[in-house]
Design a protein around this ligand. Structure first.
Ligand code: XMP
Length: 303
């Protein structure tokens, strides 16, 4: 987009015109909501309430990064780790898991909107989301149910006509950090869908650390997505002891839009290095496997 600066200028003035009161935006850590927050902040300043929920399901370092990036704004961080992990206790069905996470998000945003009497909602919907939702494929938005619960005066979607790469470009022009503009897709239910079965603090901590190793060691190969998932338990031997530790899967895929994907041809040497690091650095892990499944028949995420 040659006209990034023009887009920014136009968008900021449109938001300013459309919003006459306090507005809320749910930050996910992703590029779409981040760009919208920055555009809206330029338009309405402290009348913008960016809300970020620390679900405990985010990647290593991500919460601190978000707090820092948006520290110049009237940012509300809702510490909800116990709430999410508590609600997820005993939940093993993948759909139920997603439902629980989505419901908690909505409840929290509803609480904030009511507490501050917020009249406007800003959403980071992008063009492909609109097409997919209209086609009934899937709703990407964790706050998609919010407008049904609260009668907002209006819902503003500043990047609704843009494709992802255009949003990234706007993000760069807004000088958002690279960790945001170049961020891989990350599901709303976060690490929760990268743990098979029940989610708890121990599994979250293991998968979060393993994921950090995968990202450190693989991102130069430029995958569409690369991450760690926690599968189940398996026997291993560490030192002179047999352990019944966790099995971690490494997933790295190439894709254009996430609708289909190919398991990446990561060199064996690299995979072994990642496996060695994960088993050495995380006591509770006994084994590391590489997922060779394309989509279809697999999905990118595990649940
Ligand atoms: P699957 O696992 O269905 O994922 O092959 C396709 C793409 O969508 C992402 N994904 C999600 N994104 N909320 C999101 O915002 C979700 O609940 C969700 N589930 C999957 C996934 O990371 C991949 O890029």
């Amino acid at each position: 987009m040659v006209e990034v600066e023009k887009f920014i200028e136009k968008s900021v003035s449109e938001i300013d015109e459309e919003i006459d009161g306090d507005a809320m935006i749910a930050l996910s850590g992703g590029v779409d909501s981040s760009v919208c927050a920055e555009l809206a902040y330029r338009a309405i300043g402290d009348k913008l309430y960016p809300v970020f929920v620390d679900t405990g399901l985010m990647r290593k370092g991500e919460v601190a990064q978000i707090k820092e990036t948006f520290s110049h704004m009237n940012l509300r961080v809702v510490e909800a780790r116990d709430r999410f992990v508590g609600e997820l206790e005993g939940v093993v069905d993948p759909e139920e898991k997603r439902h629980v996470v989505g419901r908690e998000f909505i409840r929290i945003f509803e609480e904030v909107a009511r507490e501050f009497d917020i009249e406007y909602l800003i959403q980071g919907t992008i063009y492909p989301d609109k097409i997919e939702s209209e086609g009934g494929i899937k709703s990407h938005h964790n706050v998609g149910g919010l407008p049904e619960r609260i009668d907002f005066k209006s819902i503003v979607e500043p990047v609704e006509d843009l494709y992802k790469d255009e949003v990234r470009e706007v993000g760069r022009a807004l000088e958002l950090p690279e960790t945001i503009t170049e961020r891989m897709p990350f599901p709303g239910p976060g690490l929760g869908v990268r743990i098979i079965g029940e989610v708890n603090e121990e599994k979250l901590s293991v998968v979060r650390e393993a994921n950090a190793v995968v990202e450190e060691e693989i991102m130069d190969l430029e995958p569409w997505q690369a991450f760690a998932a926690l599968l189940s338990r398996g026997t291993g031997v560490k030192g002179d002891k047999r352990i019944h530790g966790w099995i971690i899967a490494i997933r790295a895929v190439e894709s254009r839009d996430g609708m289909t994907a190919r398991a990446m041809d990561v060199p064996m040497e690299r995979l072994k290095k990642i496996g060695q690091r994960i088993t050495r650095e995380i006591d509770e892990v006994s084994r590391v496997v590489y997922d060779v499944t394309d989509k279809p028949p697999g999905t990118i995420e595990y649940e």
